[in-house]
Design a protein around this ligand. Structure first.
Ligand SMILES: Nc1nc2c(ncn2[C@@H]2O[C@H](COP(=O)(O)OP(=O)(O)OP(=O)(O)O)[C@@H](O)[C@H]2O)c(=O)[nH]1
Ligand SMILES: [Zn+2]
Length: 298
């Protein structure tokens, strides 16, 4: 019996790395019946049948799991955020940050396509970046998307970690990884100018060995709906709310309709970015009205 990590899943096969060697494994019948689908990122127990093949015996307990991208046991996520083509979206960024916080995954916000905007537009994005920085996120923004020092900063950080890139279709995830490690030669897409839509060039999640870390290139998305928490806890995933909620009159203030809410005052006086609060309210209402998701009995 060996222990390894799934780095890729391909039509029923799971490629597993164990002691620097790659095995192609599959899940056997009695394993599948247990209704656990192995994911990229999973640590598994497997039995090797010969030097290259084997079958999955058990998926070890996951530290965390994302739905988008579908991956487990992630230490850090690079949230690839384009400022144009596709346009920057506060809402999409906030949704990803919350999904990561729920799973205890550290985000790095990496802005791309800054070469496609003018100085005025860059200045506006800079203010946005500075805000996220001020509330505690790691943010990488430069006038030139793939500055060597930024690439080095990411690369140095990969060591002994499992890192995933994530972000909108066409945001530049594969392009970023190609810049970090040109040998990868990952396929990148051409954005259709009329639709401003990417072509989904990356179709599946795969972990790549970069600088002694495992880094996942992942398929992009155009919307992000992967929250499944109690609406009363949503506020805990906004660091600037958490840092100021002791100033609210009510200890259990949800910062929605309560009087003397410090968060609402801070939005009014510009200390908290309005888009953050708007996203909070939108997500809050969505979660509150969502029917609880029960696991269907078979
Ligand atoms: N001008 C410019 N183009 C970029 C930049 N980053 C990526 N691109 C282009 O944007 C297109 C999409 O890039 P990809 O790297 O394929 O995007 P992706 O996020 O991997 O896309 P999916 O795999 O579909 O999710 C390609 O044509 C890239 O060359 C950038 O910083 N500036
Ligand atoms: Zn409040």
């Amino acid at each position: 019996m060996k222990i390894g990590k799934i780095i890729q899943s391909l039509s029923g096969f799971y490629d597993v790395i164990s002691d620097g060697k790659i095995y192609r494994t599959r899940a056997r019948g009695n394993f599948r019946k247990r209704n656990i689908k192995p994911l990229v990122g999973d640590l598994i127990e497997f039995k090797s049948t010969n030097s290259n093949d084997g079958y999955v015996l058990k998926v070890l307990k996951r530290r965390n799991q994302l739905l988008r991208p579908l991956i487990s046991n992630v230490d850090q996520a690079i949230v690839v955020t384009s400022v144009k083509q596709p346009d920057f979206s506060f809402n999409l960024l906030d949704r990803q940050l919350i999904a990561l916080a729920i799973q205890h995954i550290q985000p790095i916000i990496y802005f791309t396509k800054t070469d496609l905007i003018n100085d005025d537009q860059f200045h506006k994005i800079k203010l946005v970046a500075d805000y996220y920085l001020s509330i505690g996120y790691i943010v990488i923004l430069s006038r030139e998307s793939f500055m060597d020092s930024n690439l080095k900063r990411l690369k140095d950080n990969f060591k002994n970690k499992e890192v995933t890139v994530m972000g909108q279709t066409g945001a530049g995830k594969s392009t970023l990884l190609n810049h970090i490690m040109p040998d990868l030669n990952l396929k990148t897409g051409v954005i259709s100018k009329s639709l401003h839509r990417g072509k989904h060039t990356t179709r599946r999640v795969a972990l790549l060995n970069i600088n002694n870390g495992l880094v996942a290139d992942t398929p992009g998305f155009s919307s992000y709906e992967a929250l499944n928490i109690d609406y009363r806890h949503l506020k805990d995933y906004f660091p600037e709310f958490v840092n100021n909620e002791n100033k609210c009159r009510f200890r259990e203030c949800l910062h929605v309709k309560e009087p003397h809410c410090a968060i609402k005052s801070m939005v009014d006086n510009g200390e908290i970015m309005k888009s953050r609060y708007d996203d909070y309210i939108q997500l809050f209402e969505g979660l509150k009205n969502q029917k609880p998701i029960y696991n269907k009995k078979k």
